[in-house]
Write a protein that binds this ligand. Structure first.
Ligand SMILES: Cc1cc2nc3c(=O)[nH]c(=O)nc-3n(C[C@H](O)[C@H](O)[C@H](O)COP(=O)(O)OP(=O)(O)OC[C@H]3O[C@@H](n4cnc5c(N)ncnc54)[C@H](O)[C@@H]3O)c2cc1C
Ligand code: FES
Ligand code: FES
Length: 487
């Protein structure tokens, strides 16, 4: 039983484990304002807002793609759809601005765009901040419009504040609701299990080692919408308290850093990364769309083991570790040992990722991350290079070069690393490293890029690294360029 608030009204409904929020709305509840375009999280037509109480008890809304959000994850939450925004003839500012700026033509994308604007409006109310082009791009980057063009939509976003603030009163609906499921405790035989603690999670894993784990569902739910998979039993890790924290820690080898809970979303992670690793934070701005970042997790990205997942190469370059949990207890392993073969990992049946260790940068260490994709916004990598190193007395030390899109798994370039370790950052060392890439990778061709494109791009990323390091060493970009092109 799913027990939630829909546009200010209590709502209870039965649903099979793989039912999406969109299916629940349109097919079970007959609430049809939310549209289905792609059913894969790519177009944003199905955008809704989901509210959860923040630490102060006030509801915080985030945008989500209803097509790939499991309906059961609504339990105890506050769902807002486009159907609920207007109060009679009084339009919400997001709607009024879209009308005034002629932001809609065929109208198919409009409900999703209005809901992305609604979420932005709510965030502005709670924490007013200048609406920079970057914030607008982030808020709307996951909403495609095929006919209106984006300028009127952007104008609507910029002018929301000039319209009367007709917000439905139920948006501020007070204290957290206890859903029936929460009151009666965890039923270990339910088909959609929502453990709230690590102890409950291990009970679930012990009882159902073959159940599918789900976090943000931004990968897993495509199996249901694109391949029509049916899930007999699902364990939702998003409410496990211990998987939602970020803790400072020191490893046995003396490295300091943070254990990041596997269910921490990208939206939560982004601001935490800015200080230690701005290159990593910047990568997250380009991972999926706002809707995807609001729900997707580091744990899901790693466990999914896609060769083109964005974060594994970065974490490999930084020397991350994983903490895994299962009915037999916990174990730790380096991320280097996690990816075994295409989509095959060291996770045993009945195990889950509990946390990911992100080391603090050591003195003099630099991280660079370059993602190559066809579009800047909301696109998967063709090739991604993540490079960490430090300079010591003019030579490169502790260099770790990891790539996505170059092999069946995210992988370090061991031969190229060996060519650079202990070397001065000169043209000869980087030529050797580029040549060594041929021993590290035999990439394949697919829709995102040919093998040749990938080979060349990876080599070019190493050349870019050369220029960056040499520039930092000489502090003279002109000299570096002349030097590079002389070779
Ligand atoms: C429109 C769109 C754009 C995207 N763009 C990008 C992109 O630019 N870059 C990118 O890298 N990815 C992208 N993705 C893929 C996806 O968003 C990420 O891989 C995301 O990190 C998955 O996290 P999740 O929490 O949603 O995982 P889920 O879909 O919930 O799970 C993914 C897999 O991990 C398993 N799993 C989840 N949590 C755990 C755990 N704690 N322990 C063990 N197993 C677990 C699940 O069983 C499943 O097999 C995109 C997806 C969409 C829909
Ligand atoms: S229908 Fe396209 S993102 Fe959901
Ligand atoms: S108005 Fe037609 S797709 Fe946007």
């Amino acid at each position: 039983m799913i027990d939630f608030m829909l546009n200010g009204q209590p709502c209870r409904s039965e649903a099979s484990p793989e039912t999406s929020v969109l299916e629940l709305l349109r097919e079970t509840l007959g609430v049809t304002g939310t549209k289905e375009g792609c059913a894969s999280g790519d177009c944003g037509a199905c955008t809704v807002a989901i509210g959860e109480p923040g630490p102060d008890g006030e509801l915080r809304y985030h945008s989500a793609n209803a097509c790939i959000t499991p309906a059961h994850q609504l339990n105890g939450r506050y769902l807002v759809t486009v159907d609920g925004l207007a109060q009679g003839d009084a339009l919400h500012p997001a709607q009024a601005a879209m009308v005034a700026c002629h932001g809609s033509q065929c109208g198919f994308c409009t409900p999703g765009i209005v809901m992305s604007l609604f979420t932005l409006h709510e965030q502005q109310r709670q924490a007013p901040a200048p609406l920079t082009p970057q914030r607008l791009e982030a808020a709307l980057g996951g909403n495609l419009c095929r006919c209106t063009g984006y300028r009127p939509i952007r104008d609507a976003a910029m002018s929301m504040d000039s319209h009367p603030d007709h917000r439905p009163l139920w948006l501020d609906a007070g204290a957290p609701r206890d859903s029936e499921a929460n009151k009666t405790g965890l039923d270990l035989d339910a088909s959609f299990l929502q453990p709230g603690s690590l102890a409950e999670l291990t009970d679930c894993l012990a009882r159902h080692p073959q159940a599918r784990l789900v976090a943000g569902a931004t990968d897993l739910w495509l199996e249901s919408t694109q391949r029509l998979a049916r899930f007999e039993r699902v364990i939702d890790v998003t409410r496990v308290a211990e998987l939602n924290v970020v803790e400072e820690a020191e490893l046995q080898d003396g490295r300091r850093g943070w254990w990041i809970g596997a269910a921490v979303t990208y939206s939560r992670l982004e601001p935490l990364l800015e200080e230690p690793y701005d290159a990593f934070a910047h990568l997250l701005h380009r991972l999926g769309s706002q809707q995807v970042r609001n729900r997707g997790t580091l744990g899901g990205n790693i466990a999914n083991a896609s060769p083109i997942g964005d974060t594994p190469p970065v974490l490999l370059a930084l020397g991350s570790r994983l903490r895994l949990v299962g009915p037999e207890g916990e174990r730790e392993l380096p991320l280097d040992d996690f990816f075994l073969d295409y989509k095959r990992t060291a996770l045993r049946e009945g195990e889950a990722i509990r946390a990911i260790f992100l080391p603090r940068p050591v003195a003099g260490q630099t991280l660079k991350v370059w993602k190559l994709s066809k579009r800047r916004e909301d696109d998967i990598s063709a090739v991604l290079g993540a490079f960490a190193w430090r300079m010591e007395n003019g030579v490169i030390r502790d260099v770790r070069l990891a790539f996505g899109g170059m092999a069946a798994i995210p992988k370090r370039a061991a031969h190229a690393e060996a060519a650079l370790e202990g070397q001065a950052p000169d043209a000869a060392a980087f030529r050797a490293a580029r040549e060594a890439l041929a021993e590290d990778f035999q990439p394949m061709s697919d829709v995102r890029g040919s093998a040749e494109y990938r080979r060349l791009s990876a080599a070019n990323l190493l050349e870019r690294l050369h220029l960056v390091i040499a520039q930092a060493e000489t502090d003279s970009p002109r000299e570096v360029m002349l030097h590079a092109y002389a070779h």
